[in-house]
Each structure stands twice: as C-alpha cells, then as structure tokens.
Write a protein that binds this ligand. Structure first.
Ligand SMILES: Nc1ncnc2c1ncn2[C@@H]1O[C@H](COP(=O)(O)OP(=O)(O)OP(=O)(O)O)[C@@H](O)[C@H]1O
Length: 642
C-alpha cells in the first residue's frame, strides 16, 4: 500500500525526535552541526574547517558540561511543574477554576505585576549598564584589542577567554597600577614581540616588564617606572629654578617622565594652545601656570571669562584685562582682531629682519569655556545686530582671524574647553590651528577628536594635574606645574613689567564705532595700553576702519564698512562725571554706596576718578558701569541675553 503524506510526516517527526533526544543526551549541539573539535569529554580548541560565521563560546564546551546544564534546567522546570500539578494539585485546580469563572482580577493582577516586573527589569538593566559601563569600555577599547594581537604570538586556543589571562585593572594607566599577563608555560613565543604588543596596544609609556617563567605559573608583570613626578609644585625650589630659567617664548607646562621639562615654544612650535579636560581636570590650574609665566615676561593677558570667577588670582594685576560680561568680551575680541591687523601691517612695514619685539608686546588671549562663550557671543550678536549686518558675530570672526595669523605677530590664544568639538570652535579647520593640545581626564572619543594622530589613545588617568601634551604627532605624559593663586600673582608681578598703563583704570576695552579719521580710538580705553601704533597714512587708517567689521564687505555695499556693524549700545549719560552717592542712587541699581566705597578701597579694578567736586571724587558713569558689569559676581548691568 502506498505511503500517505500523513504517514511520511509522522515518520519524519519521529525520526527528528529520536535524533533530538540522541543529541540532547550526547551533549551535542541541538542543531546537529559541530562547529569546533570539542568532544564529549574534552573542550574544543579550534573551529572546524569549513565552518563559517561567528562561533559562540558554548560551541567549545565539552559534551558532558552541556548535558549537565540541560539536565539541571530540565529538573528545575520539572520540579516546578511537579509542585503545581501533583503536590498542590487541588490548590492549582481551584485557582484555575477561579480564574476561569472570573478572569478580571487575575488579569488586573497580571497587568500590575507585569508593569512592576517590566519597570524593575528596565531599572535593573539601566543600573547594570551604568555600573558596568567603565568595565565594558575597558574590555572593548583595551582588553579585546590586546587579546586579538596576542592570541597568535602566544599560540592561544581560539576560545580563550581574554579575562582569564589578561589581568588589566581599570585604572591601568595610574602610576601604581600593575598589569599582569599570564603566558603559556611552553614558552614557545618571542618575549620581545609580546612586550612590544603589550606596550603598543595599551599605549604604555615608561613601563618595565618583569618575567616570571619558572615553575607552573608563568606570567609577565608590567609596572610604570619612568613616570612624571606625582606633583610639580612651584614652591619646590627645583621647579622654581626650572621656571625661572625658561625662555620668554616657551613657558614651562610641566614635568614629564624621567624628569623631562615639557614646554611649548610659542614662536617655534605652536602659537596657540588648546586645553581640553572634563570638569575638575585641571583647566584653571593649567591656564594659571601658562598665563602667570607670560605675565612674568611682560606679556599682556586678556582673560575672557563668561564664568566670571575662573581666575581670581588675575584680578587687577598689571598687564591683565579681565572681561566677564559678554558685551565686553565681544568688544575685546573685535579690538584684538583690529590689533592683529595693525600688527600685520607693522610687520609688513618692518620687513623680515625686524626684531619681533618691535611689533609689540606678546598678547595672550585666554578664552574660558569656549563652548558656552561661543554660544553667548552668537546670541549677543543675534540680539544686537541690525538688518544688513553680517550673520556671523564679528567677535567670532575676529577670533578666527587671530587664530590664522602668523606666530610672528606675537598674539596667542589659550583656549579652554570641556569638549572642544569642531562645532564649538567654528569648524574642524579652526581646531587645526592649535598645534599643541593639552588633554586631561578625556574620554576615548575626545581623544579621537582632538589627537587622532596619536593612536591608540593613552588611557586617561585620574591623577590630579596629570595631562597629555600632544604636539608634533606625539603625546607626552606630563605633570602640570601647580602654582597656588598667591604664587601665580607673585610670579606674574615680578620679572619684566608689563607695558605701563597710560594712567587709565584696569577694565575691558570700551569700543566706540571708530570715526574714519581717528581709528586708534578703537582702543579707546585699552588697559594696559598697547604701545603706540605707528602713525598711519590716511589711506591706511581707512583700511583699518574696515577692521571694525572683520567680515569681508560684499562688493556692492553702499553703506560702507563702518555702517555694517553697530557700535555697542552706549547710554547718553555715560560720559557724565558723578560722585559715588549719585552713582549708587541713579546709575547702578542694586549696588549700595557702601559696596562702592568698599570696592574703591579694595578692588584694584575699580575705575580711577576723572574729576573732583570739592573733596568728592568724581567718576565717569560709563567706567563705573563697565566695572559693575565685569565684577567677579554677576552684577547689576550684566548684559542680559534672555
Ligand atoms: N597640576 C596640578 N597639580 C596638583 N593638583 C592639581 C593640578 N591641577 C589640578 N589640581 C587639583 O585639581 C583641582 C581642580 O583643578 P581645576 O580647578 O584647575 O579644574 P577645572 O578643570 O578648572 O575644574 P572646573 O571645570 O570645575 O572649573 C584643583 O583644585 C587642584 O586641587
């Protein structure tokens, strides 16, 4: 009799079932495909030829291990079923009947339990991912790449779990960390090659390898031996000596491994420096270190600080112009852009043999928290620009222009960022202008963004003041010099004095729209005053007027360049001279007379009087307002962007 289709199906199913039970009991893969050379008693060591694709770790397991796992799982499920269906049979039946008769409470309970279970699972998963994020990053970025490179030279079985032989602590770049790599006792590998691979793949510098090859346990340990000092405090006489001996153009940044002095030569290597670190990574300390050394050598420093309190040590120091208010930062950047153009012209006139000092004193522009400052500058310009004005803030343009100017102009930008994205800086090409980059407490992504030429990225450390100074395609681990605030002030005010202030009070430049015939007014109250500009012929003065708007003028702009950028708003009463009482009552709401008197006695940035009425000193209202806007705390008169 012919076999029906149904009979054939039954036969096939029975056959599959028999094979399935056979595979189950033999501890073989349930899909019937052997992928590795594992047997019932022995774990696998390699993938079988012709097997393609990813082979899971369980494929390497010995058959008996797989069988044990299967039987245990089956037993657990069976025990549950036995309890419910046999031991507590009556209760199970009663519960089932109850649910059948009235399913609503059961469904409601199920729904609630489901929601609770789903929430718990979600929270649990999130917590798990948060807690293990660092460990997973360690595995992904360091352990697995090292394993992939070492497996062949060490002739390790393919299924080797990297965690079994690579003992790499999470903070393996810390000074006292010990890395241990277990090696096969056969010793049939090249030690030099292994050393090379470990140092390269973990981006280690100044480490020593110790081999332990006798006996059963064979391994190599790696320890940092040539490391930077734990601290490089300026109060240490040796450090002070190093700083004192440094070249004017090359402030000392810190001490590297084996006591090497790390400096950045602003004339020869890198006119601009980028400091990138997450919060608490030592940005302020780094800036203090560089700025106070430059002040010591007579540079002028412009601190543009929207955070307002980043550098209290620099308050009122000779040579320092501290701008906290966004309107003043805007004006100051434009003024510096104009100064850059002036210097370009002077350099041109002086020719190549000129002494660079003839161009003017070195200028350091210290731009704090660039991400926030750039946003604020854009918003400020959005608020103040008029129709027909360029869209891009002229202050941002000025900054970019300075970054592209040659090192011979002696204008340097020291830019600070928590995350110096290309967008924050105004484009990837702007980032390229910083040939020296100081990175501390960085993420792998930050490194890839800022120092892609150094690969792999050295692991960031939590050690206070420890940074990587990247320049010329290599990274130097450096302990940044630590100046206390008092030491920074002391160092900044000794040495070569800054060019003298022309009797005006410290405070950011107050730009007025430059009249065509007297463009040096663009620096109406620069403090300290820059050296006098060479007398320019009228035609050149006109050209310099263009610098007021640093964006190239469209060819057919009937208004002319000076019409495009409005001057910062100046109140009509700003030129009045008033006493402190009148200033407190009518011009500086929110600041009391007592506060003004206190500031006059204690704040070096308080404006100088311009006149006297009897015994009373009189002050220019505009100067007082400027001072109030730029006080360390958010003050009355702060340019409101909202
Ligand atoms: N070079 C260093 N040597 C010793 N300690 C340092 C050094 N740099 C930073 N520190 C320590 O780290 C702390 C934080 O440094 P700093 O204030 O410079 O960080 P920051 O990046 O400016 O922080 P924030 O982003 O919060 O302003 C300092 O108070 C100091 O104790």
């Amino acid at each position: 009799m012919a076999q029906t289709k149904f009979d054939k199906q039954v036969e096939d199913t029975a056959e599959s079932l028999a094979f399935g039970i056979g595979r189950f009991l033999a501890g073989r893969p349930m899909d019937g495909e052997r992928k590795t050379d594992a047997t019932f008693w022995r774990s696998g060591t390699r993938v079988l030829p012709k097997v393609e694709g990813r082979v899971s770790r369980s494929s390497y397991r010995a058959g008996w291990k797989r069988l044990t796992f299967r039987i245990s799982s089956l037993a657990a499920v069976g025990a549950g079923g036995y309890q419910a269906g046999w031991v507590h049979q009556d209760a199970t039946v009663a519960t089932a009947q109850q649910i059948w008769a009235d399913p609503a409470p059961a469904l409601a309970a199920l729904e609630q339990t489901g929601i609770a279970a789903a929430s718990t699972a979600a929270v649990g998963t999130a917590a798990y991912f948060a807690l293990t994020r660092k460990r997973r990053e360690l595995m992904r970025e360091w352990v697995l790449p090292l394993h992939e490179a070492l497996a062949l030279p060490l002739r390790l079985p393919e299924q080797t779990d990297p965690r079994r032989y690579l003992h790499i602590p999470r903070g393996f770049s810390e000074d006292d960390a010990v890395i241990r790599v277990d090696v096969p006792g056969r010793l049939d590998f090249s030690k030099d090659l292994v050393v090379d691979i470990i140092a390269t793949k973990l981006a280690l510098e100044g480490v020593t390898f110790s081999w332990h090859l006798a006996g059963r346990e064979t391994y190599v340990t790696v320890k940092k031996t040539r490391k930077p000092p734990a601290k490089a405090a300026f109060k240490d006489p040796k450090v002070r000596e190093i700083v004192a001996a440094a070249k004017e153009s090359a402030p000392v940044i810190g001490i590297g491994s084996a006591g090497r002095i790390v400096t950045v030569d602003l004339d020869a290597e890198s006119p601009h420096i980028l400091v990138n670190a997450s919060t608490g990574g030592g940005k302020s300390v780094t800036l203090r270190c560089i700025a106070c050394q430059m002040l010591h050598h007579g540079s002028l420093v412009f601190v543009l600080d929207t955070k307002r309190i980043s550098h209290p040590w620099a308050n009122g120091l000779p040579g320092v112009t501290y701008c906290r208010d966004i309107a003043d930062i805007h004006d100051q950047l434009i003024a510096l852009g104009i100064e850059g153009r002036r210097r370009t012209r002077v350099a041109d006139e002086l020719g190549i043999d000129a002494d660079p000092k003839d161009i003017g004193p070195r200028l350091l522009i210290l731009l704090e928290e660039v991400n926030a400052t750039m946003k604020q500058l854009a918003r400020y310009w959005e608020k103040t620009r008029e129709s027909g004005d360029p869209k891009i803030s002229p202050a941002v343009d000025a900054l970019n222009e300075i970054l592209y100017m040659g090192r011979q102009l002696r204008m340097h930008v020291l830019l600070v960022a928590q995350s110096a994205t290309a967008r924050a800086l105004g484009g990837p090409e702007v980032r390229e202008q910083f040939s020296t980059r100081i990175l501390a407490r960085y993420s792998v992504n930050a490194w890839r963004m800022l120092a892609p030429e150094v690969h792999p990225a050295p692991k960031s450390t939590k050690h206070h003041g420890r940074a990587q100074v990247v320049s010329g395609g290599s990274a130097r681990e450096t302990q940044i010099l630590f100046f206390t605030e008092a030491e920074a002030r002391e160092w900044a005010t000794t040495g070569t004095p800054a060019p003298p202030a022309a009797g005006s009070q410290p405070g950011p430049v107050q730009l007025q729209k430059p009249p065509a015939d007297s463009l040096t007014d663009a620096w109406s109250t620069p403090t300290p005053e820059l050296p006098p500009t060479p007398e320019l012929p009228p035609a050149d003065r006109d050209a310099l007027a263009d610098a007021w708007s640093l964006t190239p003028a469209p060819a057919a702009d009937p208004g002319g360049p000076t019409d495009r950028t409005p001057p910062p708003p100046t109140a009509p009463d700003d030129d009045q001279a008033v006493g402190l009482r009148e200033a407190a009552e009518h011009h500086l709401p929110g600041i009391t007379l007592a506060a003004l008197r206190f500031a006059r006695a204690n704040d070096p940035a308080f404006p100088d009087p311009v006149d006297k009425r009897g015994a009373e000193l009189l002050y220019r209202v505009g100067d007082l307002k400027k001072w109030a806007r730029n006080r360390p705390r958010a003050a009355t008169g702060t340019t409101d962007l909202d």
